[in-house]
Design a protein around this ligand. Structure first.
Ligand SMILES: [Fe+2]
Length: 248
């Protein structure tokens, strides 16, 4: 979020809390050492195109964009895996809903495999699962999508490290310069507490805000479990956004 400080509903500015977010260089997450800034940060002003656009509306989306079970189906059949509804509310620090913002999500398939040419895990691809989608929040700040539960996967961090089941999220805001990226985990997963990326976050309550809650009241009977993941922008209650690790 380059140089942008968003005002809250009361007009107050909330500066970034450096204690809430992990340091740019966290050696347990090895690649951070190579990409962390080695010099003092400079603050650069945003350009007009970065600060004023783009805007997204519901008409920008295709009907299946928020249905990862079907949006990349090759033959009309559905993706394999534990069927889920993931939903939540995007809020600002003052608990005010953030409407009309683009939320994007991407994830591994049920076996823990990404559809990506650099993917090295031997778990199989699902021909009917692409692994990405998007939604625009409604007037109350809510988004939702259908998907399958992603599998855990090993990653080359040295040793034998595995990522817990997770879904990557991007919240676009109202301009390119506001885009934020984070990850969602699943309530009760013991793998969360063994992950070096999660471990780069010092404050346990910040980690807790990245864990979606099982919501039995919003399941679809005989079809899908539901998880709720709310996202809070800037301020003391904010979700930990990973792209705040570098730069300002
Ligand atoms: Fe991932």
């Amino acid at each position: 979020m380059s140089g942008i400080i968003l005002p809250g509903a009361d007009g107050a500015l909330y500066p970034r809390n450096r204690d809430w977010h992990p340091p740019a260089n966290t050696p347990g997450y090895k690649s951070t050492t190579f990409r962390a800034p080695k010099h003092a940060l400079l603050s650069l002003g945003g350009t007009a195109s970065e600060l004023t656009g783009p805007t997204f509306g519901h008409s920008s989306l295709n009907p299946l964009d928020n249905d990862l079970i079907r949006n990349y189906s090759q033959d009309g059949s559905e993706a394999i895996g534990q069927r889920l509804i993931v939903y939540g509310q995007v809020l600002d620090e003052n608990a005010r809903p953030v409407p009309e913002t683009l939320v994007e999500f991407w994830q591994a398939n049920a076996g823990g495999r990404y559809r990506h040419r650099k993917e090295a895990y031997l778990a199989p691809l699902d021909p009917n699962f692409g692994g990405c989608g998007r939604a625009v929040t409604d007037e109350n700040g809510f988004y939702s999508f259908r998907t399958v539960k992603p599998g855990a996967y090993p990653w080359p961090n040295g040793g034998n490290d595995w990522r817990p089941a997770h879904i990557h999220f991007s919240v676009f805001g109202h301009a390119f310069a506001q885009r934020l990226i984070t990850q969602m985990y699943f309530e009760g997963d013991p793998m969360i507490w063994q992950c070096p990326i999660v471990g780069s976050i010092a404050d346990k309550s910040a980690i807790d805000q990245l864990i979606a809650r099982l919501d039995r009241h919003n399941t679809t009977p005989m079809d899908a479990l539901a998880y709720r993941f709310d996202i809070v922008l800037r301020g003391r209650r904010s979700t930990m956004f990973e792209n705040k690790l570098e730069g300002n």
